[in-house]
Design a binder for this molecule. Structure first.
Ligand code: BGC
Ligand code: ZN
Length: 360
């Protein structure tokens, strides 16, 4: 069967024509027919050979980690999951260290050792192929009603894991504060904006492009405000917003993130989700940052990957977004490609979210 792969040794991309068909080998195994696979910045990094590692002994890595599949076969102990069900597989698999309490507790998204594996990214083949087999514990059922957009669940889990943590931190305040700034209007930023809007935050999205543009239209459709960085400086944007209670960073630009940190409001929370490239040391005013953070009780944290709880929230929230803002949610998916053309949206990013359509 076909599989979309990157070859780090020869720095090339290609479709493997005879990728072996997987078999269920454990009673809790399930086999999926892959329907859609989303492409993201991580895939672009992998395809630029800056990130990603093939499985031991393989000259290539099959990519794809944002997957929607349909169950075609289930092992005798796969529980309630049965053929015909739609599922989203999780990306990360636990490390083997007996003393990694996170991985031993099924929370490999908080792995201590760094020896986790990730499908389509780190030492394990991914989902950009026709059939995949995996353990039922990594499967997250999705209702058939959101099939058209369900490939957005995995990127949405980034925002959901962030929001779970934001709620825990904001729980230190005996009141609720609502003003959120999202940096970046790509898929992670827009899905973050939707998550926050549905949760009752007043959302402003700050991004490069001037209006009119498709991302700005989506922000407005969900009741948010869009501000172009070409029209307003960070200080002007902050003055317009008033006290900022939450910043959700989704650009991967450390420059932008640390330029915005000084305008975070009292008791504010700043979440980093982007993974920047390495651009060497940059000067920044450490005294000012530390002073403000202490005197304003602020919290800055990074977040990666997601646990079962975030996947469950993502399925519930995507269903909610789709009911409330169907056009905006559909509008996130701007390009559809066949597996033969998988390299196109990776090498030449256009639009918001591009997906590879494999099964129907
Ligand atoms: C994926 C995560 C993964 C991270 C780092 C992201 O694109 O959504 O599941 O942990 O990349 O590899
Ligand atoms: Zn991704």
């Amino acid at each position: 069967m076909k599989a979309a792969a990157v070859y780090p040794d020869t720095k090339s991309l290609g479709v493997v024509a005879d990728f072996p068909e997987p078999k269920i080998e454990s009673p809790t195994g399930v086999k999926l027919r892959v329907l859609n696979v989303g492409v993201c910045g991580t895939d672009r990094e992998i395809a630029s050979f800056l990130y990603g590692t093939p499985p031991a002994g393989s000259e290539y890595l099959v990519i794809g980690h944002e997957c929607l599949g349909e169950v075609v076969e289930a092992g005798p102990e796969a529980g309630a999951v049965k053929p015909g069900d739609l599922v989203i597989p999780m990306v990360r698999r636990p490390c083997d260290h007996p003393d990694c309490i996170a991985c031993r507790a099924g929370r490999q998204d908080f792995c201590y050792t760094g020896d986790y594996r990730e499908r389509g990214i780190m030492k394990m083949h991914g989902f950009m192929t026709e059939l995949v087999v995996d353990d039922v514990r990594y499967m997250n059922p999705v209702p058939a009603g959101i099939r058209e957009v369900a490939v957005l669940v995995e990127p949405l889990t980034i925002a959901e894991k962030a929001l779970i943590q934001v709620k825990q931190i904001q729980g230190r305040l005996p009141w609720r504060k609502h003003s959120a700034l999202v940096l970046g209007a790509g898929p992670v930023g827009l899905l973050g904006a939707m998550t926050l809007a549905l949760d009752g935050f007043e959302v402003t999205v700050y991004s490069k492009d001037r209006e009119p543009n498709a991302s700005a239209d989506i922000v407005k459709a969900i009741g948010g405000k869009y501000i172009s960085a070409l029209d307003r400086s960070i200080d002007q944007m902050a003055a317009e917003m008033g006290a900022i209670d939450l910043v959700y960073e989704a650009t991967g630009s450390s420059q932008l993130a640390f330029d915005v940190l000084p305008v975070l409001g009292p008791n504010g929370v700043f979440v980093l989700t982007g993974v920047p490239g390495k651009h060497g040391p940059q000067p920044f005013d450490k005294d000012d940052v530390m002073r403000k953070m202490v005197l304003r009780n602020q919290c800055l944290f990074g977040t990666v990957n997601a646990g079962k709880d975030a996947f469950e929230h993502a399925v519930t929230d995507l269903t909610g977004f789709y009911a409330k803002w169907p056009e905006a949610v559909r509008g996130l998916i701007t390009g559809r490609f066949s597996i033969d053309n998988f390299a196109q949206p990776i090498q030449n990013q256009k639009g918001i979210k591009n997906i590879i359509e494999i099964g129907k």
